[in-house]
Design a protein around this ligand. Structure first.
Ligand SMILES: Cc1ncc(C[n+]2csc(CCOP(=O)(O)OP(=O)(O)O)c2C)c(N)n1
Ligand SMILES: [Mg+2]
Length: 326
């Protein structure tokens, strides 16, 4: 299937946004303008964009700790995301999550936060899928997680239940070959994680996560299946993690050779090369896109630093305990 040019341009915009925001957040940490924690999603842009491009307002996503495309594409305003990194009132969690890169969400945009323990979001996503099935309006739930999370019990219980009840859930396993410093080879006896799908009785597909078109087209099949009431699918997307696990990981357990091999598959360079070759974008149109993305990010940084407010300490317990007066 051909993807229309206007959609490819939008995909390129979102991928650039995914890349540049990670780079900007990293420099803000280095300048000590941001504090807390960050897991750079550099290298995962084509996966986030390819999966989320076809989602509709009625659909839900649940987040992992890496990559910003799902929440932005699902409607979280960039300024709200950035103010969340600064732990400001106006941020996505009202200043409660200075941890930065995860544990935030926005239910008004159908974005389910990632709980701290990796993989724990999977059974939650299955529960949302059950709710969507009961609503019967054809909405789907997309659940992102990593290869490490796929070795936790939550993955196995969640996929089994989703298949047994034919729930409209698309499980997106982002395989970046590592969980912190532990390689997939060391963590499991399986060669291909996607083969696990067979064990639960659902379709599974392995895609090159650097190729946004392939990710998009495979996800569309899974979405159609879910909307038609045929149940869940597992998509394993192969990517390279460009940085250490987090900004505080020196990444000493990988070789330069391994890193260089992964970086050759850069999804951003690839989409730029392809779209210019196919006449979808010119070199100068691509530069304009970069400029637009950088300006939007800078506006969000300025907003967070200069216009947003720090939460009042009296607010700290809001949302922690149930309101017993109700
Ligand atoms: C249950 C649990 N164990 C350990 C951790 C610490 N931890 C945070 S991220 C992470 C690695 C996750 O690897 P993966 O699922 O492959 O995602 P990636 O970081 O590669 O995107 C670990 C072990 C955690 N958050 N939860
Ligand atoms: Mg991983």
């Amino acid at each position: 299937m051909e993807i229309p040019k206007k959609d490819l341009k939008k995909m390129a915009y979102w991928m650039l946004m995914g890349r540049r925001i990670e780079e900007r957040i990293t420099t803000l940490f280095k300048e000590a303008r941001l504090r807390g924690h960050h897991h750079p999603g550099i290298g995962q842009e084509a996966t986030g964009v390819g999966v989320c491009y076809g989602l509709e307002e009625r659909d839900y996503v649940s987040l992992s700790h890496r990559g910003k495309n799902p929440e932005l594409m699902k409607g979280m305003p960039l300024k709200e995301l950035m103010a969340g990194y600064y732990a400001k009132d106006q941020g996505c969690e009202g200043g409660r999550v200075p941890a930065g890169s995860h544990m935030y969400g926005d239910l008004s945009h159908h974005i389910i936060p990632m709980p701290g323990p990796i993989g724990s979001v999977i059974p939650i996503a299955v529960g949302v899928g059950q709710g969507l099935k009961m609503d019967g309006n054809g909405a789907v739930m997309v659940c992102f997680f990593g290869d490490g999370a796929a070795n936790r019990g939550d993955f196995h219980e969640g996929l089994n239940m989703a298949a047994a009840f034919k729930l409209p859930v698309i499980f997106v396993l982002i395989n970046n070959a590592y969980a912190m410093s532990v390689s997939v080879e060391k963590a499991t006896g399986m060669k291909k994680l996607v083969d696990r799908a067979k064990g639960y009785g659902m379709p599974g597909v392995n895609v090159d996560g650097n190729d946004v078109r392939k990710v998009y087209l495979e996800t569309q099949k899974a979405i159609q299946r879910a909307r038609a009431g045929e149940g869940p699918s597992l998509i394993e997307s192969m990517v390279h993690r460009w940085t250490g696990h987090s900004i505080s990981d020196a990444d000493i357990y990988r070789t330069d050779e391994e890193r260089k091999k992964g970086e050759k598959k850069d999804p951003i360079k690839r989409i730029k090369r392809e779209l210019i070759k196919e006449g979808v974008l010119t070199e100068s149109a691509y530069k304009k896109l970069e400029k637009r993305v950088d300006e939007e990010i800078e506006a969000a940084v300025n907003y967070s630093e200069n216009e947003c407010t720090i939460p009042d300490p009296s607010e700290i317990l809001r949302g922690v305990y149930a309101d017993t007066s109700l």
